[in-house]
Design a protein around this ligand. Structure first.
Ligand SMILES: [Mn+2]
Length: 406
């Protein structure tokens, strides 16, 4: 197959420790996730080496490593993997990020010669040119810059050069997008990264801004330029699950205008075998009558049949007990179900004074008195009676009087 696509990676954060809650609850699965993350480049290299793989250029938009001086075996492995990719005729361009910054004397990028093109210039300038027909039908120019702590100002705005008229331009940056309304404001504040205005880049004639730094997959079209943060394909924790896919940039049809300039398109792909495990977001609504064991059963019924998922469960609704989430977590561990009760957006009910409610001259009071009589006469299962109570109170709107959990 002709190699006519660009693989745009960013924020792999190799070596970043996986969520400690997962390690405590399911050590084996945590280890599996750690390995899957840390060996991602090796699996990518295997895929890229396949003659059917369309990737002809690999762009690494920063934070390949979680630390500027990663464990030696991680460094060796990454250099080997990238060297294999390059040996297959695929160009590789790496721009350091703020986690794996170039400025440190012991930076991974300074210790020995880094495979492929390493971006070291502080001002944006062309760092790679590919002739027309070698990857895309047009001549391709990659422009990039590397942030140097102490020499560049935090949040420094980049001023990229115009793209030559005869070429297609790609801007490769570890940066925050500074245009109004693109990112939440707190993200665009000063950090040890550049800021870039997508509208400026589009006006300078770029067809694509290959971004890194923001971990949530985002794709924009600005005028006729595309821009994308790929984010990590496999995250470290329930608060960062990862996209589960990779970003491939293709030329759809030479000369035909589609979404981007010169017909570029961003494709999300998940080649088989590349991600040996994945986070699975789960959400469950809880009512005060629910017991943790029932939640576990309900979740169990919804789980996929494979063994490659790690559930990240968000509980919503109203609970009676402060330890509801912990109790659910303990049951998931006991049942051997790889689910982390990640986030609870539940409210806790205050203790109810039923005798006081029963004295009310209201519909609720009348109902409580009937409910108490029914229990005396029929002796129903107490758990069932309680569920009936909470369902009824929910209908009366009673739980709305509860306090927010502190
Ligand atoms: Mn970063």
């Amino acid at each position: 197959m002709k190699r006519n696509a660009i693989l745009h990676l960013a924020d792999l954060h190799l070596g970043a420790p996986v969520f400690s809650g997962l390690r405590n609850a399911f050590p084996d699965i945590a280890e599996r996730l750690q390995t899957a993350r840390d060996r991602l480049l090796g699996r990518l290299a295997d895929w890229i080496l396949d003659p059917d793989c369309p990737v002809g250029l690999l762009l690494l938009a920063g934070d390949l490593f979680d630390h500027h001086a990663p464990r030696p075996e991680l460094e060796d492995q990454a250099i080997q993997d990238l060297s294999r990719i390059i040996a297959a005729g695929v160009k590789v361009v790496t721009v350091p990020g703020n986690h794996d910054e170039l400025a440190y004397p012991n930076s991974v990028y300074r210790r020995r010669s880094w495979p492929g093109v390493l971006v070291q210039n502080r001002e944006p300038r062309p760092i790679l040119e590919l002739e027309a027909g070698s990857l895309f039908t047009q001549k391709l120019v990659i422009v990039s810059a590397s942030f140097h702590r102490g020499l560049n100002q935090p949040g420094e705005v980049l001023d990229p050069p115009e793209v030559p008229a005869d070429a297609m331009g790609i801007l490769l940056l570890h940066a925050t997008v500074a245009d109004d309304g693109f990112l939440p404001e707190f993200l665009a504040e000063a950090e040890s990264v550049f800021r870039t205005f997508l509208r400026t880049n589009a006006a300078r004639g770029y067809s694509y801004t290959a971004l890194g730094h923001i971990h949530r997959r985002s794709t924009w079209t600005v005028n006729r330029m595309l821009a994308c943060y790929p984010g990590p394909p496999l995250g470290t924790s329930p608060s960062e699950l990862g996209s589960g896919s990779f970003v491939l940039l293709r030329q759809t049809n030479a000369g035909r205008f589609t979404s981007g300039q010169a017909g570029l398109m961003v494709e999300s792909i998940t080649p088989p075998g590349l991600l040996p495990c994945r986070w699975l977001p789960l959400e469950e609504n809880v009512t005060p009558g629910d017991r943790p064991a029932e939640i576990v059963e309900r979740i169990k019924a919804r789980l996929p049949s494979d063994n490659d998922y790690i559930g990240a469960l968000t509980l919503t609704g109203t609970v009676k007990s402060r330890t509801f989430a912990e109790d659910c977590q303990a049951l998931f561990i006991q049942a051997g179900l790889p689910i982390i009760v990640a986030e609870t957006r539940t409210r806790q009910l205050p203790p109810l004074d039923l005798d006081l409610l029963a004295k009310e001259t209201s519909l609720v009071g009348e109902w409580i008195r009937l409910w108490q009589q029914w229990q005396e006469q029929e002796q129903p299962d107490p758990a069932f009676a309680e569920q009936v109570l909470w369902e009824a109170l929910a209908c009366f709107g009673q739980p709305d009087k509860s306090e927010e959990p502190s």
